[in-house]
Design a protein around this ligand. Sequence first.
Ligand code: MSP
Length: 648
Amino acid sequence: MEKFYITTPIYYPSDKLHIGHSYCTVATDTMARYKRLRGYDVMFLTGTDEHGQKLERIAKGQGLTPKEYIDKVVVGIKELWKTLDISYDKFIRTTDDYHVKTVQRIFKRLYDQGDIYKSTYEGWYCTPCESFFTEHQLVDGKCPDCGREVEKVKEESYFFRLSKYQDRIIKYMEENPEFLQPNTRQNEMINNFLKPGLEDLAVSRTSFKWGIPVEFDPGHVVYVWVDALSNYISALGYDTEDDSLFQKYWPADVHVVGKEIVRFHSIIWPAMLMALDLPLPKQIFGHGWLVINGGKMSKSVGNVVDPNVLVEKYGVDAIRYFLLREIAFGQDGNFNNEALIQRINSDLANDLGNLVSRTVGMIQKYFNGTLPEAQEPTEFDADLVETAKNTVPKIENSMDKMMFSDALIELWNLIRRTNKYIDETQPWILIKEEAKHAMLANALYHVAESIRIISVLLQPFMPNTPTLIWKQLGIKEGTWESAKEWGKLPKTLSVQKGNVIFPRIDMKKELEELESAIKASQATSIANQGKKEEKEEKEEKEISIDDFFKVQLKVGEIIASEKVKKSDKLLRNEVKIGDEVRVIFSGISKWYSPEEMVGKKVVVAYNLKPRKMMGEMSYGMLLCADDGADKLSLLTLDKDIPSGADIS
Ligand code: MSP
């Protein structure tokens, strides 16, 4: 049996995962399901990337050890994958003992063979991206990848001889145009990174502890990307006593990754593998981002959409369908509530749901639920059969290129063709004449057979819908191959009407509800609170200490500030609070200019419900003293305390 090894990136358990993360995993899952249906022996790996300075800081901010904090988040990640029907075969955590040991062995081997050497690193580090940058790589002094603040780092470090592999990687890419997909990413890597010249990479850190210790020099922890990338082979038991999975599945058939981490996967990872004398993965597929109003969905911007909210409202299959259909894999795509509801109504309720329910309904009404054998062809049959037959290779062709959206377009062509066939054959007219009942049976048989083929082809994309259809049609699951043959339905078909598979949604009413559900989940995510709604408190003159501690106060550092055009009171501030940057509006432009604001360490009411101001959300409040007359003073700190620190 041919093998197929596919991976998602391993996720940072830094917060609840959002629909952007889910996008990558749903796509990978769809491919894994497709390959299984095609008879491959599939290994689908996902997991969590649990080391690094970022996680150490977040955990500290919550008064937890990194492991305590991460264990909590990982539970939520696994639950989310269950909710989204992600059929992974293995979940790796980089804190797993076997992974730690493999990384230590890899590091030692590269050191022993001279691919890693000790020196001093001096440059810039972006903690959210866990990336090193030289001065000239920064854009306006900020991280070129995420635009956030970088930190100056000077420390003793081990270096990996990345530069040594530069020419081999270029040659490999040029000789293997399939290696990095879509093609444009390959040009970007060659022209922007490889040709200008690679520098050796700092692969250890000494300024924090939360990482895999370098075994022979424990003051150093392994750079988190070297640790993380190794997961793809450590998960298979590489360099252990039982490396049978590694022997069977390596090299990976495809690493599915987001576009911002293509660089790590197509340059650092191949160089590491070359140094280890291992074959390279057959393909890296760099998909695009789910964006909201043109910007990447991200927690610090406060525009994340919680997949749980969507699944609860519309069901997992509808969400999977939307993600796969709406956005061409490889390109960025806008996430938009209206588009989601529109797709559910038109493609799922109208085209697919309606096709199934009216077919089953007619078989019940006209034949008491049992379609008889007697058949007489109609003039419309041949075209429907032809369309169904042609659909399968078209879908296969699109899936081979990971073009999920194209595959679904082909499938929906067949769905729409089948609906058209009903309109052409007009069963409601045929029923009126006894002489045409054999023709009617034939027409409904054709529709049912087409639905059977559609349901088989739907399986990788929407894991639950096919079963619902089979139940109504009274048939059992079908193999992918069975979709290639026309006429596999039982001779006599006994149907059973069930619930509507995709009910229509009232767009206007639903849009409002959906928007407020998403906002509510954003507010809880930002304030990092539990799900329970707090009861309204009665106004009291005195409050208990517990009440007081309900207000989370934190130190924030103003990193940008500007006057709001249409307001004479408001300043729009960007406030760094530990690891995140929030937008907070403040009605103080009468007392402070934007220039005066920048650089101030201030007191932020951190868990205030976000509210819309001048068309944009504001996440928190800056505390001020106000004499009730004409004076106002921003509360600042008189000692240098890092942003993100708790105030109590
Ligand atoms: N831990 C690293 C990956 C190490 S792999 C050896 C990492 N983690 S992440 O949690 O930040 O991101 C995981 C994946 O989610 C990335 O591929 C990233 O592109 C993807 N996405 C995060 N936000 C996204 C969108 N808004 N849209 C699409 N994908 C996005 O990077």
